[in-house]
Design a protein. Sequence first.
Length: 232
Amino acid sequence: MRSLIKSQSGEIFQTYTITRDDVDGPFFRVPDAMSAMAALERVGWTSPQELIADRFHMDQDLLRALNPEADFSRVGTRITIVAHREETLPSQVARIEVRKSDNSVVAFDERGNILASYPATVGSAQFPSPSGSMEVVAVAPDANYTFDPSGREWGPDETLIVPPGPNNPVGGIWIDLSKPGYGIHGSPDPQLIGKTASHGCVRLTNWDAKELADAVRQGTRVVFANQAGGAS
C-alpha cells in the first residue's frame, strides 16, 4: 500500500462490476510441462480472476486480498481494483534502456524524455542478458513460443511450439531484438518480475510488454546498461 501511495497520482482504488465478458471465457487448464502446453489450442486465461487481475494490472494475490469474499465468476459482483493510468504511451518510443543493475526497462522519446519505466527481470548469472546496443527487428503482439533444444542446457530435448496466449512462456508478447534469440517479452507470472532470473531475455508483465510493444517500431534502439543511466 505504501508503494501504491508513493507511485500513484490521484485516486488509488476504484470499483468495478464484473461483466458477462469477464466470466464467459474461454478459460483453459494450463499444464506445467511445456510438451503438454504445446498440445493446447491456446495458452489462455485459467479463470475470471486471472483475466480480471491482468486487465487491471494486478497480481492475483493482491486482487484477492482486496476482495476476500468476492465471487469472480459471478456477473454483477462489485470489486475493488487498483486505479491505473492510460495504457498508451504519449508518443513513439525512440530508445529503450535495459538497466541490469536495478532490473528495469526505461523508454525514452526522441528528445530524451522518459516516457515510462517498467520493473523487469533481466537475465541471470547463469544466463546473462547481452551487452551493448541493438535494435528492434519485429513485434509479435500474439506470439507463440518456439523452444529449440539446440545448445541449451535446460528444457525438454525436443523442438516444441507453444501456441499464443497470456500464459505461454513469453506471455504471448514478443519484441524481437537484432541479437538472434533475444527479445523483450511478457510473462505468465507477473508477481515474479524483478524477483527471479530469466534465460537471458528481458521479461516484463504482460501489460507493460503490450504497452511497450505498441509504442516501438522496427529500428528502435535498445541499449543494455550495467548501471542506471549508463551503457554497458
